[in-house]
Design a protein around this ligand. Structure first.
Ligand SMILES: Nc1ncnc2c1ncn2[C@@H]1O[C@H](COP(=O)(O)OP(=O)(O)OP(=O)(O)O)[C@@H](O)[C@H]1O
Ligand SMILES: [Mg+2]
Length: 233
């Protein structure tokens, strides 16, 4: 199956602290999957490990049928797992256009130009800000630059860490709409969120992490309010 991510028995430690323990997670081609959990649950650690920024103590990670466990981050990004980190990863002194071109680096110019057009279709407010320095944008626009920059690498799986953080609800809605369109266009999504309600709104399925372990998994419509109340309030 192309586009699928398969994480098996993954354990990640910081010295004596085990932050992720025996995690099993799958993302099918074209699927949107959420990783839910409170502060310190291990969501960021999981995404950083899949991205190759941290090495797992145990377990395996397979992307589109290829074993990527322990590979360097740039190789994993090139293989198609692209991660928009927590806290909006655009480069503030660069313009929106420059940030987007950075996301497409290494690819032919004409392709990059065409993809910038696609990003402007996806995030119309960025179209009016192409020559604006990214650091001057609103929080929501900065999050959109971060997502668009990740998409410029044409990921097979787009991973996003806490896209709702610090954003007003109306802005969160427009970010979520954009993520839905990303999934509709065929890119798989792995979304780490504390805000279960909004993540379940976009995701087909979710995994609930607590203290580094998956304590519950299921379809978003099955998980619902009861889950949110029992684990995440
Ligand atoms: N660099 C680090 N060194 C040591 N321990 C760390 C480090 N980063 C994270 N941890 C610990 O690992 C655990 C998981 O942290 P992580 O950041 O993955 O959680 P999270 O689910 O992303 O939380 P949040 O919702 O606050 O972003 C926590 O106990 C945290 O204190
Ligand atoms: Mg985190």
């Amino acid at each position: 199956m192309t586009g699928s991510l398969d994480v098996r028995d993954l354990t990640v430690r910081y010295g004596a602290v085990t932050a992720v323990r025996d995690v099993h997670l799958e993302v099918a081609a074209g699927e949107a999957v959420a990783v839910l959990g409170p502060n310190g649950a291990g969501k960021t650690t999981l995404l950083r490990t899949i991205s190759g920024l941290l090495r797992p103590a145990a377990g395996s990670i397979t992307l589109s049928g290829r074993d990527i466990t322990g590979r360097p981050a740039y190789r994993i990004a090139r293989a198609g797992f692209v991660h928009a980190p927590e806290g909006r990863s655009m480069i503030a002194p660069l313009t929106v256009g420059e940030n987007l071109r950075l996301g497409g680096r290494g690819r032919p110019r004409a392709e990059v130009a065409a993809d910038i057009e696609r990003m402007v279709d996806l995030f119309p407010s960025l179209g009016r800000r192409i020559t604006t320095k990214s650091g001057l944008l609103s929080g929501g626009e900065q999050q959109m630059v971060a997502i668009a920059r990740a998409l410029m690498a044409r990921p097979v799986v787009l991973a996003i860490d806490e896209p709702s953080m610090g954003l007003a609800p109306v802005v969160v809605d427009s970010v979520l709409d954009a993520l839905r369109r990303v999934v509709e266009s065929g890119t798989s999504l792995l979304l780490a969120e504390q805000n279960a309600r909004l993540a379940l709104d976009v995701a087909d399925r979710a995994y609930v992490l607590l203290n580094g372990e998956v304590v519950r998994t299921g379809r978003s419509d099955e998980l619902g309010d009861e889950l949110i109340e029992s684990y995440l309030t």
